[in-house]
Ligand binder design. Structure first.
Ligand code: BG6
Length: 479
């Protein structure tokens, strides 16, 4: 009986993925290359991509490219969607690969084969009453735009993105009602390459270039929001923020103000612009201190003001504990998002600190600042899984992680937060973004594929599959 559940009726339970991490078929259907297609496998992949001599070419002699085949969702989507339906998914978050629609990014006319592929996927989802939640850009910038235009360094990219979004909004207007513009837009503050398509080559230019690119992305995002409201009046379109709440290491006011300022910059700056349609007051001082001067042309700020989002999508994996002065050793023990070790938290095998209460904190912080619906569109545990002799996969550690995070969301709902849904990351095993590994698994569904590329690609249900089915069935009551 839904009336008695914590989670509202119609809560959007499901799972989340990105095209480049699941589809494969990297050169099929006239698809063009994107930034993820030149990402080698292995833990050094992002450093290789960001190194100054990197030429954005595929080099099969020296590297493997796990995203090229990924888990072959391109050919197996029917089987996968049937499994999502069996778990009772209400929604499935996926991204559209920009280069399936515009292989180079700067063409005028779209590629029909790419458009037809997503029609088939959306139709399949809808046949099970699963609503697609579409990320327009998830670390998949066309490689041609990276090489020829310097990625989001260039104002010209706004019009290419606008063309792309108009095409997909019109094409899928009857099939897709939930949209998001840029995945983890603020993540570029740590590493711009995947979402912005460039790496500043010297520290002095870093902020200037990153914030200029943000400005162009804000315009592009707002144009997409405006187009979405025109083309699909009953749709909801959101932003997507990588949210990692920042805790002060201790009660020393110097550390408290440091943590607060870091949080403003990392967690709230992009969200403020997306939600309020204007640059926040606090950023002026930062721009002055870092000598940032933006190319803001007539009309830019009006577009940003008019294209504010309907909801805030967020990814949540970890919190960050920080202090003003830290030694190299302390820094090395921090999370992937920075900071130092939090003595109260345990970490995953990849060093990501596990903090369910941090999710409740994040949702409270976001809701009290914006009073806009929130949608947790990524959360999950990357872990090694083992297949037992009887074929079962007992991923109780994953169930524990997810249970605690769902409980934390339930608390946040009771705190008064308006929460639309939850799509756990990598609901089917996929290629890890940061390491290119298959062995960093997130799924309810196991995919027989190994780090060296071997494996049958066969799908198997893990214990968590059965657990999540019950969670959805009971609207979050049976955990
Ligand atoms: C998010 C990204 O940062 O984290 C995903 O949006 C990514 O693309 C996910 O896969 C988990 O990170 P990783 O490195 O474990 O794949």
């Amino acid at each position: 009986n839904n009336e008695q559940t914590k989670f509202p009726e119609g809560f959007l339970w499901g799972g989340a993925t990105a095209a480049n991490q699941i589809e494969g078929g990297f050169d099929e259907g006239n698809k063009g290359l994107n930034i993820a297609d030149v990402l080698p496998g292995g833990k050094e992949r992002l450093n290789i991509l960001m190194s100054s001599g990197f030429n954005f070419e595929i080099d099969r002699e020296n590297y493997r490219y796990p995203n090229h085949e990924a888990i072959d969702f391109y050919h197996r989507y029917k089987e996968d969607i049937a499994l999502f339906a069996e778990m009772g998914f209400k929604v499935f978050r996926l991204s559209i690969a920009w280069t399936r629609i515009f292989p180079n990014g700067d063409e005028q006319e779209p590629n029909e084969e790419g458009l037809a592929f997503y029609d088939r996927v959306f139709d399949e989802l809808i046949s099970y009453e699963i609503e697609p939640v579409v990320t327009i850009s998830h670390y998949e910038m066309p490689l041609h735009l990276v090489k020829e235009y310097g990625g989001w360094r260039s104002r010209q990219v706004i019009s290419f993105f606008e063309n792309y979004t108009n095409v997909i909004l019109k094409r899928y207007k009857d099939k897709v009602k939930y949209w998001m513009t840029f995945n983890e837009i603020n993540g570029a503050l740590k590493m711009p390459i995947m979402s912005m398509g460039f790496s500043p080559q010297n520290e002095d230019d870093r902020y200037q270039e990153t914030f200029q690119a943000f400005h162009y992305q804000f315009i592009a995002s707002s144009l997409a929001v405006k187009a979405c409201k025109d083309i699909i009046p009953d749709a909801k379109i959101g932003c997507m923020i990588l949210f990692a709440p920042v805790y002060s290491y201790d009660s020393n006011p110097e550390n408290v103000i440091y943590a607060l300022k870091e949080e403003e910059l990392f967690n709230f700056f992009c969200a403020d612009v997306h939600v309020r349609g204007e640059y926040p007051a606090f950023i002026k001082r930062f721009f002055k201190e870092k000598k940032i001067k933006l190319d803001i042309q007539d009309g830019d700020l009006d577009i940003i003001k008019e294209g504010t989002v309907d909801y805030i999508g967020l990814s949540y994996y970890m919190s960050r504990t920080d202090k003003k002065e830290k030694t190299q050793e302390e820094k090395a023990q921090g999370n992937i998002v920075g900071g130092v070790k939090n003595p109260f938290l345990k970490a995953s095998d990849w060093g990501w600190e596990i903090d369910p209460v941090g999710l409740r904190i994040s949702l409270n912080k976001l809701y009290s600042r914006y009073q806009l619906p929130l949608f947790v569109v990524e959360n999950g545990l990357g872990a090694y899984d083992k297949i037992e002799e009887d074929g079962s996969i007992n991923d109780d550690y994953r169930i524990d992680y997810l249970r605690e995070h769902v409980q934390a969301m339930g608390e946040a709902v009771e705190d008064g937060v308006e929460l639309m849904g939850y799509t756990s990351w990598g609901c089917i095993d996929l290629v890890s973004m940061s390491t290119g590994e298959m062995s960093k698994r997130y799924g309810f569904i196991y995919v027989d594929k190994n780090d060296d590329g071997s494996g049958t690609l066969e799908r198997k249900k893990k214990n968590s599959f059965h657990w999540y089915k019950k969670v959805i069935e009971s609207n979050g009551e049976v955990l």
